[in-house]
Design a protein around this ligand. Sequence first.
Ligand SMILES: Nc1ncnc2c1ncn2[C@@H]1O[C@H](COP(=O)(O)OP(=O)(O)O)[C@@H](O)[C@H]1O
Ligand SMILES: N[C@@H](CCOP(=O)(O)O)C(=O)O
Length: 335
Amino acid sequence: MAVYTEVAFAEAAALLHDLNLGDLTELRGIQGGIENTNYFVTSEREGATLEHVLTVFERLSFEQLPFYLHLMKFLAGRGIPVPAPAANAKGEILLSVQGKPAAVVDRLRGKSDLAPGVAQCEAVGATLARMHLAGLDFPMSQPNLRGLPWWNETVPVVLPFLTPAQADLIRAELAYQNHVAQSPAYAALPRGPVHADLFRDNAMFENGELTGFFDFYFAGCDTFLFDIAVCLNDWCVLHDQDHDGSLDTPRSLALLTAYQAVRPLTAAERSLLPALLRAGALRFWISRLWDLHLPREAALLQPHDPSHFERVLRARVRDTHALAALLRDDALQSA
Ligand SMILES: Nc1ncnc2c1ncn2[C@@H]1O[C@H](COP(=O)(O)OP(=O)(O)O)[C@@H](O)[C@H]1O
Ligand SMILES: N[C@@H](CCOP(=O)(O)O)C(=O)O
């Protein structure tokens, strides 16, 4: 559990009043996240029980937050299942707790499915594509703050903690990704607001139905293909202890086919998916190394295992040509 900022009951109660969300009845620190302080807040208003999530942002600034919160509001308004932020009487959705930025958003029903099958991957693929299309009109712009420039800055910071073989891999992959980013095919990739961290623990299901995506605090304007790659790397790999990071073909095809039924991939996207799968693995290997070796103070913090994404990256590098062949597969082409 990561609770970096302790919020008192009275402080949370006053916040809910300002948002016209009634009387606070329960305030509970949330286990699971690693970036922000999160609490479940339950309140009573005119006989109804309301469930929200209070987030205090630990790394993001008052300048960066409007993009994420307004994106969630915009997507929710377009019928995409994401938590809408609550507004105060002045219409403000970006709040302040102990001088830090904060927000109160809808609590999604259900729980995360950490062992998804084909049906869950289909639901994620279709909803991801709908979200990408809905976001095309979003008027605000902010880069993916965990994109290539951050990788270039952060790799030298984590290098001292790596073995020589790991250092060779991370340097070679960073060079490869800088090269890919200069290519005409990369420039041709469709772009818009992306979630950029849509792991299994950032989606909820209830009775087998997807109830929504949440945790948009790594979102940014980037290629849609990067978002797809991040999803495939988490939703469609084997997660047993001995796994080697390989993609599970039935779940990968299910996610991609469902995505394509809503927004077909372009030729440039097909050709660059193997490279962007490597980019997605590199991004989370770097951030997990950074979180592990350069931790912040926290009441309780469970850093994620970086070696998982080292394995995923090695598997994607090994499978680059096989994945390219899979993407030329007739069944997927005609989806
Ligand atoms: N809008 C929401 N609806 C339901 N549960 C949520 C919501 N936001 C966060 N949670 C819960 O809080 C946990 C941690 O949130 P997360 O956003 O992943 O934290 P962090 O930002 O620190 O990574 C999630 O695993 C989930 O159980
Ligand atoms: N999904 C990332 C970590 C980001 O934390 P989250 O709790 O906001 O998803 C990873 O698994 O490394």
